[in-house]
Structure formats: C-alpha cells, structure tokens
Design a protein around this ligand. Structure first.
Ligand code: OSB
Ligand code: MG
Length: 377
C-alpha cells in the first residue's frame, strides 16, 4: 500500500485558543488547575481537504515551559509561515521542515496531527492504520488527581474499577504518598497501580521513595525534576519500582539517552509533549526495539486531541493501559460528537474510518473559543 501518493498544498489555516471549564479542580504535585486551555489548529489544503490538530499545553508553565499562549505564538510567528503555500507528500516531510525550530512541541503536535488527519483523509486509510497501528482497541486507566481526603480518593477509584477501568494512577507529592498508597492497597488489594510524582521529589526524599518498593506498584512516574536524568538514574539503582518518565522525555533522542543511562524502564508518551504522533512513533519504535514498555499519557485533551492519542496507542509497543479517561470525567461536553466510550472491560475502540474518525462539534468549538486567528494566502 502506497501512503504517499498525493502531494498536499497548505492553503490556509486557523488557530483557536479555547477555554474548557473543568467539572472539578485537578490537582497534581505541581499545583492545581480549575480550567483547561487548549489550542486547536485547522489546516486547509489546496484540494479543499482539511485537518484539525490540538496543542494541549496547560495555561500555566508548571507542567512544561510551553503554555497555550506560547503555543499560539509559536504557530503564528514561526511555524505556520514555514508551511503555508508549501506542498508536502507525507507527515515526515512536515516534520523535517519543522526540525529547524527548537521547542514548541505542543505547537508542532497541533500541526503534525492536523496534517495526519488530511493525509489519512486523502489516502482513505485510518490514522491508526496509516501510522502502523495494530490494536483494534486500547485499554484505559484513570489518572486520579490529589483529593481532599483518602476516602474521597478511594471513592473515585471504586467508581472507576466498577466501570471496568484497567488500572489506576494516583498523583502523589511529599506528604501525600506512603499513607495514601497503604490505604489504597489495603482497600483494593492487588489492582494495577501507578503513582505519579510530577517532579515534586528530589534525591533528598530517597528514604520515602525506597519505601514504595513494598507496594508492588506497576511503576512510579516522574518522581524527580524534568531535567534530572542523572538523578533518576541514581534513584533507579536504589529502588525496585520501575521508573517511568513523562516530563523528561521530549523526543526519541531523549528516550534513547534516558534508557541507555538507566534513568527509566518505561516511558509515558504524550502526543503534545513530544511534538506529535510522528515523534511519538519514533519513541515507540526505539523502545520496542530495546524492550522498553511504553504507554500513552494525556493532558486533559478534548476528544480531538484524544483521537490522535488513540491512534498512537494502537501501535504494538503500547503495552500498558492509557490515560484516556473520557471527557465526562473532566468536562461537561466534548468537542467531538458522539465522543468515544469505554466498554465494560475498560477498552476504547480504535476508529477504522479515514480522517479523525469522529465528528467535530463546530457549535461547541465556537462556544469555547476565546480567540481566533486566521492565516490566508
Ligand atoms: O502527569 O500525566 C500527567 C494532567 C495534567 C498534567 C500532567 C498530567 C496529567 C494527567 C491527565 O495525568 C491524564 C489524562 O489526560 O487523562
Ligand atoms: Mg505524568
């Protein structure tokens, strides 16, 4: 099957900043968010085919240096001027064109995804299939934020386990860790459990991090700072719990360095953080070749961003359940209609249609748009 038969000329584009109110505040080791901002990018090709992508950075630079505002700036000032009125045969060509720009991964992800959607549409092959996906459904787990009490955390976990979710991830931070995990283990027994430190620990917390070994966690996600690969390697030598990196891994090269140096045993791949599904697949390919498990993380994307996460998570090396809770856990309504559903066994079906695989809800997209910028040639 030839996937690069036609060339696509990018004629115009539209950038939107949306503000999505969260049903409840989401708290992690780096702080709380009470609303999500996100960037939607629409690309229109000369042949009328269009693609949408999402750049799902957060409104404040506490997870990554990039924020929705800098994604917007990057797209407007640096990225789109390199792409408009140019023709591309496939996503790799777009990726190569953007390789001269450092950073702005969330902005690049919006472009990469929008182009994949166009590419999939003109080739009449789903994004998953075009990318090399093999899974027909993706297993999911929930990421449970820091709550007011252990009881509240347990109630949330109980609900999701009853709904079929395959594993639970809980956010931890210094002082909200050992006792909570002990409580959860006592209550729910041997469920698949991940803890995510979101960079809130340092090596000074070594004694606490060592205690985690007795809870047989599936992994500990990003305990230390995002630039602390060396410290993560030091930590991994002293604990049995596998370290999974999130914030630290921005590219396939980062993945190689982290793995070669023993800084992690598992990688959480997020479409936005790594600059799109093209780079996500490169990380996956490296990890698969080197027997490093990967899984798909999320950044509270709308259904548009999640659609690309689902395609990415259908690659064969995605062996752990994804952070892919449906919109209804976080938001009143989604930007795709109907949204995807989680079945009783905790799976989401991977769409086999060309294009996004879901219908956009333009009314809702307009309703949540705070700012819109059009590029015409
Ligand atoms: O570290 O995985 C994280 C949300 C915001 C910032 C960081 C993280 C998260 C999540 C969300 O855990 C998971 C999801 O999108 O379902
Ligand atoms: Mg994380």
């Amino acid at each position: 099957m030839s996937l690069s038969s036609k060339s696509l000329n990018i004629k115009s584009s539209e950038i939107r900043l949306l503000r999505l109110p969260l049903i409840s505040t989401f708290t992690t080791g780096f702080g709380s968010i009470s609303y999500k901002e996100t960037i939607l990018l629409k690309l229109v090709g000369g042949n009328g085919v269009c693609g949408w992508g999402e750049g799902a950075a957060l409104p404040f630079p506490n997870y990554s240096p990039e924020t929705t505002q800098t994604t917007l700036l990057g797209l407007k000032e640096y990225i789109l001027p390199l792409l408009l009125n140019k023709s591309f045969m496939n996503p790799e060509e777009v990726y190569n064109t953007l390789s001269c720009i450092k950073g702005f991964n969330f902005a690049k992800a919006a472009v990469d995804c929008a182009f994949w959607m166009m590419f999939s549409t003109i080739n009449q092959t789903s994004i998953s299939r075009s990318l090399g996906g093999v899974w027909e459904k993706v297993g999911i787990g929930e990421s449970v934020g820091i709550k007011k009490s252990f009881e509240e955390t347990a109630n949330e976990i109980n609900l999701r386990l009853e709904q079929g979710y395959q594993r639970i991830k809980i956010k931890i931070k210094p002082g909200w860790d050992i006792k909570l995990i002990e409580f959860i283990r006592n209550k729910f027994g041997n469920i698949k459990l991940i803890v995510d430190g979101n960079s809130s620990y340092t090596l000074r917390d070594l004694e606490v991090l060592k205690i985690l070994d007795k809870f047989h966690l599936l992994m500990i996600e990003q305990p230390l700072g995002d630039t602390d690969l060396i410290d993560h390697a030091t930590l991994q030598k002293q604990i049995k719990t596998p370290i999974c990196l999130d914030e630290s891994i921005l590219s396939a090269e980062d993945a190689r360095r982290a793995v070669e140096n023993g800084a992690c045993k598992i990688i959480n791949i997020k479409t936005g953080r790594v600059g799109g599904i093209t780079e996500g697949k490169k990380i996956h390919d490296y990890c698969k070749q080197n027997n490093v498990g990967v899984w798909c993380g999320g950044l509270l994307e709308s259904g548009i961003g999640r659609a690309f996460n689902i395609a990415l998570a259908s690659l064969p090396g995605f062996v752990y359940p994804a952070d892919m809770s449906p919109y209804s856990i976080f938001y009143k309504e989604d930007l795709i209609e109907p949204s995807y559903e989680v079945d009783q066994e905790g799976f989401i079906k991977v769409p086999d249609k060309p294009g996004l695989g879901y219908n956009l809800d333009n009314k809702r997209i307009n309703k949540y748009t705070q700012y819109k910028f059009c590029f015409q040639s």
